[in-house]
Design a protein. Structure first.
Length: 157
């Protein structure tokens, strides 16, 4: 189990701590950190355009700092060049579009808080090497998302 730290100024301290506890079973190894930013439509569209070549607004983008294999230990000895100021391995950045999160919460009939946490979890999983390119990958990632959301008390109804 890896200790998680999230640099997420837009999350309250209690929410950040809760999310970190729920994420810690996702990885084995050294302490980990990730940055979570909540931005407007124009900023996420620009990031999507410049980083992925897709000129449209999206709900969440992940920018991993390392190539990881889901389930493999994450150790500073192998990835030490990616340390934050507290000597934790920096997984990367997760950027969430606030407006899309609010729209999706309404569309899916759940709270904004649930959608925000879901998008954060989804983004962190991408930073941990999870993806949804194939059905098998999608199922494995979805299972991890649901496990974390249940720990947060935010499982689907």
């Amino acid at each position: 189990m890896s200790e998680f730290y999230l640099d997420a100024e837009q999350f309250g301290e209690r929410d950040r701590e809760e999310l970190c506890r729920a994420l810690q079973d996702l990885a084995e190894g050294d302490p980990l950190s990730a940055e979570i930013l909540i931005v407007g439509e124009e900023e996420i569209r620009e990031l999507n355009r410049t980083q992925r070549g897709i000129d449209k607004v999206t709900d969440v983008l992940s920018f991993p700092t390392m190539e990881l294999t889901p389930g493999a230990p994450i150790l500073a000895a192998e990835h030490g060049e990616e340390l934050d100021e507290e000597d934790r391995l920096l997984l990367g950045s997760v950027v969430i579009c606030e407006k899309r999160a609010r729209e999706q919460a309404e569309e899916y009939g759940h709270s904004y808080r649930r959608e925000l946490f879901y998008l954060a979890v989804h983004g962190v999983l991408h930073c941990l090497g999870y993806d949804h390119e194939t059905e098998a990958d999608r199922a494995r990632m979805r299972e991890q998302e649901e496990t974390v959301m249940q720990k947060l008390g935010l499982a689907r109804d």
